[in-house]
Ligand binder design. Structure first.
Ligand SMILES: [Zn+2]
Length: 374
């Protein structure tokens, strides 16, 4: 075990803060993308995070079919193969939906398994717990604050040091009301962080609702569309509110799949945002490769997904159903997916490498790995 070298999450966040760098956090739902991402990271001397959310990887029914230890081992193998050591292992969306003790206990069990699997960073997401009847902001956020505090203290007690990365979340990503997307206000983020700090919880990043959505998105006619809905001024205002109160907390941007790289490079507030989650993008890359290299498997995956979820999306076309729900096929076809031939794996590695380079350039993270040396 002594040869395991995974960067402490806090160290990575502290290294890049206020240098105009965004860390790419890749959700490797099918871990054959990791080798190419690590090749690129080594070449670009970039830091990178590998992450999966609770829905993707947990102790029973995560839809990638990977236990936390599986993700860790697959990622360590890619690290060894490529000789890359500038990565952290992050638990994305530890989602709290109800906040009752059974749910919190289940999350603690998962966190324990993630710590045992050498995860070095954690995202507590209790943003669903919003008290709409609250008298003031802190009352509205009280349940989120309470659940986040309890889980953060649990991590601290079991991690063995204060070096782990910590992401928290306020404002549910992608939530809409009758006026459109519900965005996080600067005072909401500031109130939330102040309350957590008072409870002895010191996150490095906060995820906010700023207009993005997770996954592939489609127009009314079922055409895949680009994601350009992120509200940049609102994001900058939230970061400013945090800076103004002297907080080291910066923003984690979720839902980047579908955002054109040239817009990330030219328009994203690098430094206000310091972590960028890229998930569905890598899944799309694998499935698109299967179309050419493993057409029979691809057809089976497509048919299974459409047949299983047609009832859920009665008015949607095949392509959109697959784009939204194809992730659920990963566990179903796990053995076939991980048994694909070397030529398929090579094609995935080559594309992952090229695409990761494009993200590192757009995120301004070339050479960020050198900051870990200091
Ligand atoms: Zn997310």
């Amino acid at each position: 075990m002594s040869d395991i070298k995974i960067v402490q999450g806090k160290r990575m966040f502290d290294a890049v803060r206020d240098r105009g760098i965004i860390i790419m956090a890749a959700n490797t739902r099918m871990t054959m993308v990791t080798e190419g991402i690590f090749q690129a990271a080594k070449e670009a001397k970039s830091v990178v995070m590998v992450e999966l959310a609770k829905s993707e990887s947990n102790l029973e029914d995560g839809y990638t079919g990977l236990l936390p230890m599986d993700l860790s081992i697959h990622t360590q193998e890619a690290a060894k193969k490529t000789g890359f050591d500038g990565w952290a292992l992050h638990a994305d969306h530890l989602t709290v939906k109800r906040g009752d003790s059974a749910e919190i206990d289940a999350i603690k069990s998962l966190v324990k398994a993630q710590i045992d699997a050498h995860f070095t960073s954690f995202a507590i997401d209790a943003s669903h717990l919003f008290n709409f009847e609250g008298g003031d902001l802190e009352e509205e956020l009280s349940k989120n604050i309470e659940a986040t505090t309890e889980i953060a203290h649990f991590i601290k007690d079991h991690y063995g040091s204060d070096d782990f990365g910590l992401e928290v979340e306020v404002g549910e990503i992608g939530r809409k009301n009758d006026k459109g997307m519900v965005l996080t206000r600067p005072e909401e983020a500031a109130t939330f962080i102040k309350a957590l700090n008072r409870n002895g919880v010191e996150p490095q990043v906060i995820a906010i609702a700023n207009g993005s959505s997770h996954g592939n998105i489609y127009d009314d006619r079922g055409n895949l569309i680009k994601q350009i809905s992120i509200d940049i001024p609102q994001t900058v205002a939230v970061a400013k509110a945090l800076r103004d109160m002297g907080s080291p907390v910066r923003i984690a941007q979720h839902g980047i799949t579908g955002t054109p790289r040239h817009l990330i490079r030219s328009a994203f507030p690098h430094g206000d945002i310091i972590k960028g989650n890229v998930g569905t993008f890598w899944q799309n890359l694998v499935f698109d490769t299967f179309k050419v290299y493993e057409p029979d498997l691809y057809d089976q995956i497509l048919e299974w997904t459409v047949n299983t979820y047609r009832a859920k999306y009665p008015t949607k076309g095949k392509e959109e159903i697959f784009g939204k729900m194809g992730k659920m096929a990963i566990k179903e076809f796990f053995d076939d997916i991980y048994a694909v031939g070397d030529d398929t794996r090579e094609a995935i590695t080559a594309q992952s490498r090229a695409q990761a380079l494009m993200f590192f350039k757009a995120f301004n993270s070339y050479n960020s790995g050198k900051l870990l040396d200091g």
